[in-house]
Design a protein around this ligand. Sequence first.
Ligand SMILES: [Cu+2]
Length: 340
Amino acid sequence: MNRRINAFMMAMALGLSALAPSAAVAQAEAANAAEQAAPAEPAAAANATAAPAWEYSKPVKNVGQPQEGEYSFQEQFTPTGHYAAWMHDYVLLPVITVISLFVLALLLWVVVRYRRAANPVASRTSHNTFIEIIWTAVPVLILIGIAIPSIDLLAKQFKPAPKDALTVKVTGYQWYWGYEYPDNGIGEYVSNMLPAEKALERGEPRLLAADNRLVLPVGVPIKLIITGADVIHSFSVPAFWVKEDAVPGRLNEKTFTIEKPGVYYGACSELCGARHGFMPIAIEAMEPAKFAQWVKSQGGTMPGDKPAEAAAPAPAAEGAQPAAATNAAEPAAPANATAS
Ligand SMILES: [Cu+2]
């Protein structure tokens, strides 16, 4: 009897293991099919006003991404970033270096000059008002010198966005990002990490490349509204001096202005679960005119367009939003499933 049960169990196990890969293959095929079908649909939804899929630009090596052997900040591409890098390079680092060398020199001097052989009778001085005033006043002055640019930098980082800023809503999910353009009527689309081979094929860094990028205009203040859908994530882009927690049930705001078109990479910076290391941020920054083209290609409108084509394209754009959102989401889900 036992043997029969064992045999039955074995057969079941074998059958299941044989089934499992074929199920996975079927799933992968479905994912591929979805991926192939996806680009065609938004074009139809957007009334064929633009190219079906946007052709992203190629990243420039050493710009907007980590470099090999790098030990300091990435090159900055926002005014706040320049200011912060300046503070680090020309205020903090020199002060730290000078103080460290000064203390080291004092230590060496004390060790050599006041060793027992050179100074057999120790001084019994316990107070020196002049020295005490100096060693209190000088550190205070140094701290004030650091505090002024530091508070200034803090104020710059938290400066509210001007009225003409472009608002983009960023949502962190386990484990991908969602981007939505409320000002432009573009519904949320999803951004997933590209597999390593695909990233390298496109000349992008592995673990940082994403299928759909966050597209932003250059020279325009950008207001990101950042939130989390499930757990706390953190939206972080080193080249912009941007790092903001994405907290469920809360809207955090971050304002910055990008100076140069290009591709900039970041990553989730708050431990958010098993695939935390695989939810990169890829940003495509472009000239405002090109950004307007991109918005149209996604079925959205620019704020200035509204009076001219208010009535006609609105329903089309509305129809396009959910389509674009679901199309973007479709390949996303199987990609997650196959990866995990
Ligand atoms: Cu994370």
